[in-house]
Design a protein around this ligand. Sequence first.
Ligand SMILES: Cc1cc2nc3c(=O)[nH]c(=O)nc-3n(C[C@H](O)[C@H](O)[C@H](O)COP(=O)(O)O)c2cc1C
Length: 381
Amino acid sequence: MRTAPHDLPSGLASLGDHERYAREVLDDPTWAYLFGAAADELTHGRNIEAWRELELIPRVLRPLAGGHTRIELLGRERPHPILVAPMAFHRLAHPDGELATALAAAALGAGLVVSTQASCRLEDVAGTFLPGEDRGPLWFQLYLQPDRAFTRDLVQRAEAAGYEALVLTVDAPVQGARDRERRAGFRLPAGVRAVNLDGLRSPPPATLPAAQSALFDDLLLHAPTWDDVSWLRSVTRLPVLLKGVLHADDARLAIEHGIAGLIVSNHGGRTLDTAITTAAALPALVETVQGRVPLLVDGGIRRGSDVLKAMALGASAVLVGRPVLHGLANAGAQGVAHVLRLLRDELEIAMALTGCRTLADAGKVPMATRARKNQDFFNFS
Ligand SMILES: Cc1cc2nc3c(=O)[nH]c(=O)nc-3n(C[C@H](O)[C@H](O)[C@H](O)COP(=O)(O)O)c2cc1C
């Protein structure tokens, strides 16, 4: 855990620079928790690689004056399509935790999705974020708790605090096998906890005959199902998005269940290792959803050009995870602001250099894969 805030170090010019610097300032167990992934960490690495593998084919001499990054999301115009992904325990990276992240995201017009496992009170985070002018969306990420009365109270707190949507994470009924974390012996330090879950009582453990599975016959007895999605919709007036959808049939089911949006995500490779990369999964989901609800994507976005590629494939917006925590570890709110600024600036540069004036035109940006270079693989126009 970081103990003191720092000024923004000089010489950081990219999200990669922030990552390298953060590696030096954080201790091994904290690094393992914040930046590790599941098992062999293949999906995490491949997420990043999958965006890099896509190649943009620039168009030239197109009119670019008056271009912008504005988008519409859930009925409101936003300055750009970058949101901070929900992540637990920001106070591991910096003592100001989610409050610093919220300050920076609001100032930079980025959206913010606050985790159920945030280390600051959801009301305080909203209070820091909401006054921002020309700000992005503020959403609350929900892990459904076995205690449904507690979950309903949590939802009501989020509504009262001004959150604009709920993001139900559905790809983690159980934690992935986090080998790196176990090797490093990570434990939450005193003073960092999921404060919004204070008072939550765990269900009593089932008494199992030795041959039974502690996972299937105990923990997963309370795992959410599609019925719980309907339940959640019945107890909130907020739009509900699902996070962690990778299969087209699940996208169809989600729409049948009245979901307001989908986040194509593999949890940054922290749950099922060797799950499909999000860049690879996105096109089939875009095809299935056909614009009926917004489709966001996260996992491995490290450059503004990655944001453009996601939008070119049909995403409505993107979420960024670990790089935000790198910035936070490096320089608190200033560091997060720097990371978000770099991404947005790079997005504008990538748009200008591909001849893309607005993101409404992103679908026309031609791309190839490195394997099938210069063929009209996606949207050659
Ligand atoms: C330290 C950490 C904590 C996370 N906590 C949550 C969480 O509480 N809820 C959730 O839905 N996703 C969580 N995620 C996943 C992110 O929301 C997101 O899907 C992922 O980080 C995106 O990949 P990226 O880090 O490569 O950008 C977490 C990710 C990290 C790195």
